[in-house]
Design a protein around this ligand. Structure first.
Ligand code: NPG
Length: 367
C-alpha cells in the first residue's frame, strides 16, 4: 500500500465534567488525530495520551515530534499495517505514538479491502458489556449520586478511581448503597508496597479487581502484594507488550489484565496479549483513555474478542462528550455495539472535525 499523505490534526473537545484520577484532572480531551491517505483508501486514528506525561511517559508534544522525525519516515512511502511494528522497532518506546501510526495504516488497509476491524481481529460477538470509570469526587454523596446515574443508564460494572485518602470509605459507601453490583477500583500507581495492610481492607468488599496499585515497573511488588491481599490484582500501566504479559503472569504479579491497544503499540500487539492471557486462563478487559469515537470504535471491536470476559471501560460517547467528533456510540441495555463498517468503522464528521481541530500539520506528502 502506497502512502500519499500523512496529516496530524490537533483536536480539543470539552468533557461534560472534569475527570479526576490519582494523577490529575482532565477537563478537555486534548490530543491529535492521524489521517493517512493511501493510493487505495484513507485511514484514521487517535493518539490516546494527554498533553502532559502524567498517566505514562508519552504526551502529545513528544508524540508529534517522534512521529514527524522518526516514525513516519520509516513507513513511507510504502508499508502494510503488519510492517509498522518491525519497521519502527529500532525507535525505543513511544508505543502510543506507534499505535496511532499502525492503526491509521491498518484502517486504510482494511477499508481498501472492505473488512471491518472486528472481523480482522477475530471478534466473536457484535456487542460488548459496558463498564464505566468514575473519577475521584469531592464528597461521598456526590460519588453516590454519579454512580446511581450510571447504574440507571444501564452500565454493567462500576470502576472507582482511588488514591490514598479516597479508597476504603468511598468503596464501602458504594457497596453499601448499591449492593451486589460488579465493582472494581483503579489506583493508577498511587500506592507502595508499604500500603499492603491498608489495601487489604478492600478485601471485604468483594471487588472484581484492584487495578495497578503500584508503580508500573514494580512487577515484583505486585507479586508480593498479591500474596497479601485477596482482591485480584489487575495490571494496566505495567503491561506494554505480549512479553510483559507473559512475564507478569509467570511472576504471579496479576490475575487479570487490562488491555489498552494504545499502551501496547496497537491492535496487533493487543491481540497477541489477549492470546497470551487466554492461553494462561487470565481474564482480560478493554481499557479506555477517554477516546473520541475515532478511538472508541476500534476498542469496541477488540473488546469483542473471546478472551474479553470482563466488562471494559467502553462507555457511551456521552459519558465524556456532549458532542463527539464521530457519530456518538450509545449504550443499549448495558451493551455497546461493535462498529460493522470497513476499517475502524467510524469517520470523523467533517463539521465536527472543523469545529474541534485547532491546528493541522502535514507530516508527509508524496512529491
Ligand atoms: O472510559 O475511556 C474511559 C476512561 C477509563 O479510567 C479510565 N481511563 O487509568 O485507565 C485509566 C484511565 C485513563 C484516563 C488513563 C485518561 C489515561 C488517560
Amino acid at each position: 500500500m502506497k502512502i500519499e499523505r500523512v496529516e496530524l490534526l490537533h483536536v480539543a473537545i470539552p468533557l461534560v465534567s472534569p475527570f479526576r484520577t490519582s494523577f490529575g484532572t482532565m477537563t478537555t480531551k486534548d490530543t491529535f488525530l492521524l489521517r493517512v491517505v493511501t493510493d487505495s483508501a484513507q485511514g484514521w486514528s487517535e493518539f490516546a495520551a494527554d498533553p502532559a506525561p502524567l498517566y505514562c511517559s508519552e504526551f502529545v508534544g513528544a508524540a508529534e515530534l517522534v512521529l514527524d522525525q522518526h516514525l513516519v519516515p520509516r513507513v513511507t512511502p510504502e508499508v502494510t499495517a503488519a510492517e509498522v511494528q518491525p519497521r519502527t522497532h529500532a525507535i525505543k518506546g513511544h508505543k502510543l505514538a506507534k499505535a496511532a501510526l499502525e492503526t491509521a495504516v491498518l484502517d486504510a488497509e482494511l477499508r481498501s479491502c472492505g473488512m471491518p476491524i472486528g472481523a480482522f481481529l477475530g471478534a466473536t460477538t457484535d456487542r460488548v458489556p459496558a463498564g464505566v470509570s468514575v473519577g475521584i469526587k469531592n464528597s461521598i454523596p456526590e460519588l453516590i449520586s454519579d454512580v446511581e446515574g450510571y447504574l440507571a443508564e444501564g452500565y454493567a460494572r462500576i470502576k472507582l478511581k482511588i488514591e490514598p485518602g479516597w479508597d476504603v470509605e468511598p468503596v464501602r459507601a458504594v457497596r453499601e448503597r448499591f449492593g451486589d453490583i460488579l465493582l472494581q477500583v483503579d489506583a493508577n500507581t498511587a500506592y507502595t508496597l508499604a500500603d499492603a495492610e491498608h489495601l487489604r481492607r478492600l478485601d471485604e468488599f468483594d471487588l472484581l479487581l484492584i487495578e495497578q496499585p503500584l508503580e508500573e515497573d514494580d512487577l515484583r511488588g505486585h507479586a508480593l502484594l498479591a500474596q497479601r491481599v485477596r482482591t485480584p490484582i489487575c495490571l494496566d500501566e505495567s503491561i506494554t507488550s505480549a512479553r510483559d504479559a507473559a512475564t507478569a503472569i509467570a511472576l504471579d504479579a496479576c490475575r487479570v489484565i487490562n488491555i489498552k491497544p494504545a499502551r501496547v503499540g496497537g491492535y496487533l500487539e493487543a491481540r497477541r496479549i489477549h492470546d497470551v492471557a487466554v492461553a494462561h486462563g487470565i481474564p482480560v478487559w478493554c481499557g479506555g483513555m477517554l477516546e473520541t469515537g475515532v478511538g472508541r470504535g476500534p476498542n469496541l471491536a477488540l473488546a469483542a474478542s473471546p478472551g474479553f470476559v470482563l466488562p471494559g471501560d467502553v462507555s457511551a460517547s456521552r459519558r465524556y462528550f456532549a458532542q463527539d467528533i464521530t457519530e456518538p456510540f450509545e449504550l443499549r441495555d448495558g451493551f455497546m455495539h461493535v462498529p460493522t463498517g470497513p476499517g475502524i468503522g467510524v469517520d470523523p464528521i467533517p463539521e465536527m472535525l472543523k469545529r474541534f481541530t485547532t491546528a493541522t500539520r502535514v507530516l508527509y506528502a508524496k512529491d
